[in-house]
Write a protein that binds this ligand. Sequence first.
Ligand code: HPA
Ligand code: ZN
Length: 346
Amino acid sequence: MKLVKPVAADRLSALLRQMPKAELHIHIEGSLEPELIFALAERNGVALPYASVDALRSAYAFTNLQSFLDIYYAGASVLITEQDFYDMARAYLLKAAQDNVVHAELFFDPQTHTARGVSMETVINGLHRACVDAQAELGVSASLILCFLRHLSEEDAFETLDQALPFQEKFIGIGLDSGEVGNPPEKFARVFARCRELGFHLVAHAGEEGPPAYIWTALDLLKVERIDHGVQATKDAALMQRLAKDRIALTVCPLSNLKLCVFPDLASHNLRQLLDAGLAATVNSDDPAYFGGYLNENFTQTFAAGPLDAEHAYRLARNSFEASFIDSATKQRHIDRLDANFEAFH
Ligand code: HPA
Ligand code: ZN
């Protein structure tokens, strides 16, 4: 492992902002800023139950995951046309480029849209076109991960998969999101097995609010390659050993955990504990328009609150590339650039 030079505390924020990084846990519908929600509502003639951008933003006071999801699904109701999906993803990718994100894997929730009569083709084509343009115009590589909503049935997930398969060249993986508690991974064992046969990468949200048992079943029954969130793992020593031994990445989202009251403050967050136990933790933004910041805000606020240094910054950025679903030669190129970046920083 590379030797990382110490960096003075007042330079750490600059290091975090400028280091190249990958983002692996971003729900693209969670990047929809209130201003864009209002602009799309007007463009599409959709009535919103909020008088203004400020009134909407002031409703963003969450007590747990479900209190957020109710507003998040309402916000997504303004997305109707392919151009809407393009504009949403484009806005996120521009922010990502500003944060020196060089690779992003974007979650999307097709059931939120198909249930309103928007076609799968509209959703996927708009998002995919934004990913293609980001590579050419922003130098950011981006790919898509289709998430099943776990509060819906497995049958609904199978139907969603069928609708998406004509566009299977346009997404690389399958995830599982929405309300966790009461919707354990095993509910989706058969549809994940089918997705695995089809050759998709597999991930799942587990251990955000749900117990460590959900992380075990995501690994053993769904056979996922990464765990989204996973912060409840520290409650189970055997699970911590398993995650470390198999280098299963956790896509941790500190500001999300703060805003959804998973931890009372960032100083109490267990990111450092996960890293010190040898886990492949990464930092991500989850739903940046709702949780108060994009990727660099997650890094800088978390490091400002806790005992984390340049060595941790390097490990988090390196983990983000190692855990990504990019080919190994490209991964190595990103890691070489990261190393050069740390060498040159002073
Ligand atoms: N957890 C589960 N589902 C979600 C989230 C999350 O943090 N964000 C968007 N959908
Ligand atoms: Zn998430």
